[in-house]
Ligand binder design. Structure first.
Ligand SMILES: *[C@@H]1O[C@H](CO)[C@@H](O)[C@H](O)[C@H]1NC(C)=O
Ligand SMILES: *[C@@H]1O[C@H](CO)[C@@H](O)[C@H](O)[C@H]1NC(C)=O
Ligand SMILES: *[C@@H]1O[C@H](CO)[C@@H](O)[C@H](O)[C@H]1NC(C)=O
Ligand SMILES: *[C@@H]1O[C@H](CO)[C@@H](O)[C@H](O)[C@H]1NC(C)=O
Ligand SMILES: *[C@@H]1O[C@H](CO)[C@@H](O)[C@H](O)[C@H]1NC(C)=O
Ligand SMILES: *[C@@H]1O[C@H](CO)[C@@H](O)[C@H](O)[C@H]1NC(C)=O
Ligand SMILES: *[C@@H]1O[C@H](CO)[C@@H](O)[C@H](O)[C@H]1NC(C)=O
Length: 473
């Protein structure tokens, strides 16, 4: 499989990054359940693979790690088949035809296989080849990508399939796991700039959905600062200009043909914190290994690597994602940065469970202004959907899609969860996909063919005070 893929992934042209400091309006979808599999989105395929279904996901084989632990000998083959079929060139064509310009790609820490401590952690191997192939397709289609660190080492929140390990034992907010996440960041930043397949990547997201209670995420602010520094340290090593940065770094001429050796020199630069230095150093042997596995040795070790490219956008969940004295990622910006908020009405706590309350809430949404007031701008809505706590009519879903798109477009744009979900008897036909799949919602007409359009641009008028226009409440 590796050999076949190596032939397919070659793609030499780099698309210009669309962001370049100025936000492009984002019309996006998540590539969820591809490289981080969430069984609820594909219940039949999961059972066919050998997974199980249970009410509390920690009690059966209902996550990637429990699967890998149960099937150590076949997990890689089973997942290779999933990666090969869940997201394909046909999907890229469909997204392109739907006018989608951005994808957010949820990734686990285990895509950097050397970071997995196999003494007590189990995950499938081989995902990186599929990521590279998929990014190549996206680049050819002109669709830009966000690499989203969605499932963190040690697990960032309890009891969720999307962390790869359903457990109440949350260990991410510790020095050891912050370190592993920083090494991941160094590897992904390097690949984003030096692997031609990664040319459509314009942003890296530090962590998906940390615990909301900031009291329970000690030193998360320091991690945010280090995350930005790791990205910028790699970029400065490559010779990339980082706007509004006072950091400067000179790469010794003796290593100008060996990026990994240059990174080694950077790892002792005293302008960076000791955590950042340690992460850069630990990334080097991993990059050497990936270089060999992916045919990138010449690029990583034996050619001039200095490039004039745009620096990547550092992406964080916004400060208002957390409460109880959260650290504000805006405080640690060096170079381009953007913020992510997620909004689901179906899980409760946002509005009363009826169509009118939903519309009043979304039409008066103030999250963009609230974030901007503390520097968390530009803001995009990196996850949202059509799900509701009530049985929604088609007539309502037309309005619900319009009103959400309208609200999120007042910021940097929107990224739907998800590009697709399974349609099978276990999902009651398209009952799941109707409110969770962008491609199904498009087929059913809830979404307009042009994602920038609305069925009714005045959809919110009855639900807004004409004087406040949703800006002052
Ligand atoms: C899941 O996470 C827990 C808590 O961090 C850890 O002890 C366990 O080893 C993990 N399981 C696997 C299979 O990775
Ligand atoms: C946040 O967590 C702390 C520490 O466990 C706890 O004391 C506090 O009550 C929590 N805050 C809320 C609003 O739950
Ligand atoms: C490049 O540098 C790395 C790190 O110092 C070293 O391990 C590797 O052997 C070098 N490669 C070449 C081709 O010199
Ligand atoms: C939605 O419809 C289903 C099937 O018609 C029904 O079983 C369920 O109780 C309804 N749910 C609500 C919240 O009305
Ligand atoms: C939203 O709009 C509704 C309807 O005009 C109005 O009653 C309400 O005060 C507005 N503000 C908020 C925060 O809901
Ligand atoms: C908004 O409009 C509603 C009626 O739709 C009214 O009850 C409310 O007082 C208005 N709020 C403001 C701030 O004007
Ligand atoms: C309300 O917002 C719309 C579009 O966002 C704008 O065209 C209109 O002028 C605004 N009206 C008021 C009264 O601010």
């Amino acid at each position: 499989m590796r050999h076949i893929l190596a032939g397919l992934v070659l793609s030499s042209t780099l698309v210009a990054r669309a962001w370049a400091g100025q936000p492009t309006q984002i019309y996006g979808v998540n590539l969820g359940s591809w490289l981080v599999l969430e069984p609820w989105m594909l219940p039949q395929e999961w059972l066919d693979m050998g997974g199980q279904s249970c009410a509390v996901c920690s009690t059966c084989i209902a996550s990637e790690s429990s699967f890998a632990k149960a099937y150590p000998d076949t997990v890689d083959t089973k997942f290779a088949q999933h990666w090969d079929t869940w997201f394909t060139q046909d999907d890229v064509n469909a997204l392109k035809a739907a006018g989608i310009n951005t994808v957010r790609i949820p990734l686990g820490y285990w895509i950097v296989e050397a970071l997995v401590d196999r003494s007590h952690e189990s995950y499938p191997r081989g995902g990186l080849d599929y990521l590279r192939r998929g990014l190549g397709w996206l680049q050819d289609a002109g669709i830009q990508a966000i690499l989203d660190h969605h499932a963190l080492p040690g697990v960032q929140t309890a009891g969720q399939m999307f962390t790869g390990n359903c457990t109440t034992d949350v260990q991410f907010y510790t020095p050891y796991n912050y370190h592993r996440a920083l090494v991941w960041t160094a590897v992904m930043t390097t690949l984003s700039h030096l692997d031609p397949n990664f040319g459509s990547v314009f942003a890296i997201e530090a962590i998906n959905e940390p615990i909301m209670n900031a009291t329970l995420t000690p030193n998360y602010g320091t991690f945010q600062k280090n995350f930005v520094e790791v990205m910028r340290a790699v970029e400065l090593t490559i010779g990339i200009f980082v706007p509004s940065s006072s950091l400067s770094l000179s790469v010794p001429a003796s290593v100008s043909n060996n990026f990994t050796a240059a990174l080694s020199a950077t790892s002792s630069a005293s302008i960076f914190s000791t955590e950042v230095q340690a992460a850069l150093l630990d990334a080097i042997p991993i990059l050497l290994e990936i270089g060999v596995a992916c045919g990138l040795e010449t690029i990583f070790e034996a050619s001039p690597f200095r490039q004039s490219r745009d620096s990547l956008v550092a992406n964080f969940m916004d400060v208002n994602w957390q409460y109880d004295n959260p650290s504000n990622p805006a405080d640690v910006a060096i170079g381009p940065q953007a913020y992510d908020n997620h909004l689901y009405y179906s899980f409760g706590g946002v509005a009363a469970a009826d169509p009118k309350s939903y519309m009043i809430s979304i039409c008066n949404l103030t999250r963009i202004q609230t974030d901007a007031a503390v520097g968390d701008s530009p803001l995009w809505f990196g996850e949202w959907g059509l799900p509701t706590q009530f049985n929604a009519t088609d007539a309502f879903l037309y309005q619900w899609a319009d009103a959400q798109k309208l609200a999120y477009s007042k910021g940097a744009g929107w990224i739907y969860w998800n590009f697709k979900t399974e349609i099978s008897s276990l999902t009651n036909g398209n009952a799941l996909a109707r409110q969770w799949s962008y491609l199904e919602g498009l087929k059913l007409g809830f979404f307009t063919q042009d994602p920038a359009a609305l069925h009714d641009p005045n959809v919110c008028v009855p639900y807004m005070n004409s004087t406040t226009n949703g800006t002052s409440s």
